[in-house]
Design a protein around this ligand. Sequence first.
Ligand SMILES: C[S@@+](CC[C@H](N)C(=O)[O-])C[C@H]1O[C@@H](n2cnc3c(N)ncnc32)[C@H](O)[C@@H]1O
Length: 400
Amino acid sequence: MDLEKRFCAIRDFLKQHEYLHELEVMERYPFPLKAPYDQWTKELQKLDAKDLLQLECFGSTQALTEESMISYFEKAWVLAELPKYAQSDNKLKGEITRKMTPKKIHEIEQIQHLLQDEEVETLVDIGSGAGYLSSALLINNNLKSFCVDMNDQFQQQGKKKLQNWFPELLDRLTFVHAKVDANSKFDFIQNTQKTLLLGLHACGPLSTTLVRHFEKGQYGTLLNFGCCYHKMQNEYNLSAVAKSEPINFSNHALTMAAKCHSVFSPKEIHQRYLVKRFRYSLHFYAQDVLKTPFETLGNASAKDYQGSFSDYAKKYYPAVHDIPAQELEEYFHLPSTQQKVHYAMVAGIIRSALGRLIEIYINLDRALYLQEHGHQVVVAETFKRELSPRNIAILAKNTQ
Ligand SMILES: C[S@@+](CC[C@H](N)C(=O)[O-])C[C@H]1O[C@@H](n2cnc3c(N)ncnc32)[C@H](O)[C@@H]1O
């Protein structure tokens, strides 16, 4: 993949559809959305749940007729197509998998596979949490790892597990309690050419810090997976290519990038509908009837969304506390309210096609920055998206 060419094509597409990604659909209320998105939304409102799921999760445009919308989805999916690393068949087994989720096990299996031919002696695992990845990578070899994290509790958990099950690994795995920033010095590293700087889901700006450390230092290899893009302020647009015509994403856009690319089951889609029909109806009620801006709600439990709308509204939205339950129920059941909920939900599917592109923009920018500084860089999907959608690896080699 030509990183620069792909980056520029994604940037142009995201600029063209800035109206869609800069604000969530609900922030555009009262509707309609501007052209052509209103027309597209109205067409999507005619589709059934199965076709909407196919479109949202797999980019299938078979049920669409509107040409401009078909080309929008097709282009978004083509631009989001990345090279993929071959999946490993090796299974991580035994006590090392204790306390690990299937997601974590899968990620570790793939990273083990990816690193098998690398000439590495030391890992510097930044944002290592409990050190599960490093622990697994140290089994049956002589590797060393420094697991650096600012969360002492996670590190204690990891240490306890190793003391109980793999005490011998503690001779080669060191937990370093530190908050990493641009000025951090990793004085404990000796052989830097055979050192791998590793960040598995180094959240928000931490991935950028890793990329900058790799560029400044003499490490042999970098393997980084980003996540939590909404935690970034301006720690992107690093490369000269991005700087020449940057996009400054809103927090709404970065949040979408941090949550995109999941595969939903029909049951999950239905649960999401139950949540949104209450939340959105309350939003419309606040704006249309109370004439007040909607205030964000705390997280409700899944059970709350199965009860009545008025119970939910009174529990989570103090402004409706004195409104009779019957009035709230009547508003909720109005066909116009439910139509607006439906409109916002399907418009959200159009918007969501941009989430992955924002994530790829941020990762390609990091990769381009490294390439501009003379490193060899590969950007590829590494994990199954069903298990771990934040699956974009940046693998860089220091060739200097
Ligand atoms: C999403 S978790 C990933 C943990 C682990 N790498 C994994 O994949 O299981 C991110 C970790 O980064 C740590 N972290 C975030 N910012 C950090 C910083 N500036 N310095 C050190 N650790 C940081 C957090 O405490 C957390 O443990």
